[in-house]
Design a protein around this ligand. Sequence first.
Ligand code: GDP
Length: 365
Amino acid sequence: GLKAGIVGLPNVGKSTLFNAITQAGAESANYPFCTIDPNVGVVEVPDPRLDKLTELVVPNRTVPTAFEFIDIAGIVKGASKGEGLGNKFLAHIREVDAIVQVVRCFQDENITHVSGKVDPISDIQTINLELVLADLESVEKRLDRSRKNLKGGDKKVVQEVEVLEKIKEALYNDQPARAVDLSDDERVLVRELHLLTMKPVLYAANVSEGEAANADENPYVQLVREFAAAEGAEVVPISAKVESEIAELEGEDKEMFLEELGLTESGLNRLIRAAYKLLGLYTYFTAGVQEVRAWTIRQGMKAPQAAGVIHTDFERGFIRAEVVSYDDLVAAGSMNAAKEKGQLRLEGKEYIVQDGDVMHFRFNV
Ligand code: GDP
C-alpha cells in the first residue's frame, strides 16, 4: 500500500494529530492490505464522486479507498548523526511515499518548545537539514563507488556520476533533491537510493483550537505558506487538538460541532485529500448493485494492473474492461443510458486507466 509519513520536531502536535487519524480510523476489515501496527493509521479518502455514484446505483454498501499514515516519531537536531532515534528514524522515512511535516504554529506557554520559542520556519529548516545531511551521505557514498567504475567507460555510469554531482550540488546548497531538474532516465538512475529529500512534502500547520476556522490569520501560518510556496509545497492549516475532538464524534454531533467551530468539514479530511494528491494517486471506481467502491492506482497504470488492485486473479486472467468515465456516467444518469449513448467503451490490456474511470473487468479464472 501507499504510505504518508508524519514527521515533526517533538511537541509540535504529531501524536495528537495521529490519534485523531486512528480515532477517525477506517474499518480495517475493508482493507485487508493495510498494515496492523500501532504506528500505522488507515484513512478513508473522502470523495464526493463516490457519494454521487452511490445515489445513482443505490448499492448495498459503499467503500471508499484508503491509504496509510505512519507516525514517525523521534526526529531531533542531529538525527542524521545518530542523535535521538537518529538512523532508525531516517530508515522509517525511507519507506514512505510522501512526507507530512507537522509544524507548530500554536502558542501555549505550558508546552515547551524544543528550541525555546515558536518558530515554524526554523523548525522546518532543522528537520530539512537532517534530511539533506542524510541524503548527502548516501549520495557521496554512491558517488565514490560510481567514480571507481568510470574507468569501464560505461555510458550509464558516466550519466550516473553526472546526476549524482547535480544532486550533491543542490544538497550542499540546502536544496532538496526533488528541486533538481531531472529527466525520467536520470530519475530512474537515482531511484534506488531512496533519497529522503526526493519525496514530496506537505506542511500541516498546527494552530490552536480557537484558530481552527480562521487559521490564515495566524502570522506563523502565513510564514509557512510563504516558505512552502517558494518550494512548491502545499500547506494545510489544521488544529490537531480540535481534530482529536472531532474524531470522537459521529453523525449529527459531529456536524453540530463543526458548525459551532465555523468549519464546513474537518481539517483531517482536507489533510487526507491533500496527502492523497501529494502521493500522485488516481482513483477509479467499480459500481455494482452489491458494492460501489473507489480504488487507488498510481498514475499511468494499465487496465490489468489496475484490476490487480482488486484481486491478483483479476490481473492474471484479465480479458478486457468495460469503461465509462465518471463525468459521462453522471451526465447520462445510468449505466444503461451511457451504453445507449455509446459511452461505454471496451478496453484491452494496453489501456491506461484514467482518474474517475468507472470500470467493470472481464477475466478468466
Ligand atoms: P508530539 O511530540 O509532536 O507528538 O506532540 P504532541 O501531540 O504530544 O503534543 C505536545 C503537547 O502539545 C501535548 O500536550 C498536546 O496536548 C499539545 N498540543 C498539541 N496541539 C495543540 C494545540 O493546537 N493547542 C494547544 N494548546 N496544545 C496543543
